[in-house]
Design a protein around this ligand. Structure first.
Ligand code: ADP
Ligand code: MG
Length: 317
């Protein structure tokens, strides 16, 4: 029987999803993965009223909430990456995220007082997780899985591809990429990394990956303008402002897309120096940092997987 190749684009989890699946039953595999993606969206969405995230957020300051074991796993992993990154990664920043969103709509900066009040709710100690339950200590506390959920979903999909016998597969969930095996033509999958200053589709490097995830966080794609100044969507829980970082983007390579997603967000907030320490402490495969002075720093070993597409100052650290 000929091998079937399935390639399809969808819009889900508020982002573009691209899947490529090689295998005899690739359409069944695709359908199963899509069901899982819908299920995960219903679990992790901040906006869907029936999601487990909303359930927990609604009970803030009121009750302990029993959650599914999968949701508990996401919360445990989130807590782990918060601790590892000294809270640069923090799923509790939702009150601040909402504050900045409404500030953008009004075209007016949030007041110091509003930021202070939101920061009080964003402290990660306000989330208490036990084996099967979670509790938000203060009314108004909210979690937001925007910095880790897509990575978790990419891992779930890749487990499905493998369990259902795909020979090889690739998923791009809004910039969270994970690939298993090699492409249909036997070559390694390659992921282009967007140049932060150039129009979409212009890549400054390509990363070869089999059985790896590649995730980029940056301030260049999702931002809002207030009084003509750009404010990006990754926040610093110490200041209450979008992170004032010396990076334009960070790309993390890891076997786990959950890890790559959380670490890329965290490293972006932490900046070059602390970001490098974080990557080495995490024992992921590595990372590539694109600085505001347009230099590239990469952790040891990453250059084996990487092809630069333009001339740039490049350092191994
Ligand atoms: P993207 O979702 O654009 O791929 P990220 O993975 O870096 O980028 O996640 C950014 C999203 O995570 C934001 O839109 C917001 O919902 C949430 N977020 C913002 N700042 C943080 C932070 N410091 N830690 C964890 N999540 C954050
Ligand atoms: Mg992330």
């Amino acid at each position: 029987m000929p091998e079937i190749f399935y390639e399809i684009q969808d819009f889900l989890m508020n982002t573009n999803v691209e899947q490529k699946i090689v295998g005899d039953n690739s359409s069944d595999i695709y359908n199963t993965a899509m069901k899982e993606l819908h299920r995960l969206e219903s679990m992790m969405s901040f906006y869907k009223e029936a999601s487990e995230v909303s359930l927990l957020n609604r009970q803030s300051g009121k009750e302990v909430v029993k959650l599914s074991s999968e949701m508990m796993l996401v919360l445990q992993q989130s807590e782990y990456f918060s601790i590892l990154s000294e809270n640069a990664f923090n799923i509790m920043l939702s009150p601040l995220i909402q504050l900045w969103r409404s500030a953008g709509k009004r075209n007016e900066l949030p007041s110091d007082n509003d930021i202070e009040n939101a920061l009080y709710l964003c402290n990660s100690d306000n989330l208490v997780i036990c084996e099967e339950t979670a509790y938000l200590k203060k009314e108004g506390c909210m979690i937001d899985l925007g910095g880790i959920g897509k990575g978790f979903a990419a891992d779930v999909c890749c487990n499905i591809y493998k369990d259902m016998g795909a020979k090889s597969a690739f998923i791009n969930l809004g910039g969270n990429v994970k690939a298993i095996g090699n492409r249909a033509d036997g070559k390694q999958w390659t992921v282009g990394i967007q140049h932060p200053d150039k129009p979409r589709g212009n890549c400054y490097c390509a990363i070869m990956c089999s059985d790896l995830s590649v995730v980029t966080s940056g301030g260049y794609e999702r931002y809002q303008e207030i009084n003509g100044v750009k404010y990006h969507h990754i926040l610093d829980g110490r200041t209450g402002y979008p992170s004032d970082t010396d990076l334009k983007s960070v790309t993390v390579i890891s076997k786990s897309s959950t890890q790559a997603d959380a670490l890329s967000t965290a490293a972006f907030v932490m900046g070059l120096k602390r970001g490098i320490d974080l990557i080495y402490a995490s024992k992921c495969v590595g990372a590539i940092f694109f600085t505001t002075s347009n230099e590239i720093y990469m952790t040891k070993g990453v250059n084996q997987n990487l092809k630069l597409l333009e001339r740039m100052k490049c350092y191994e650290v």
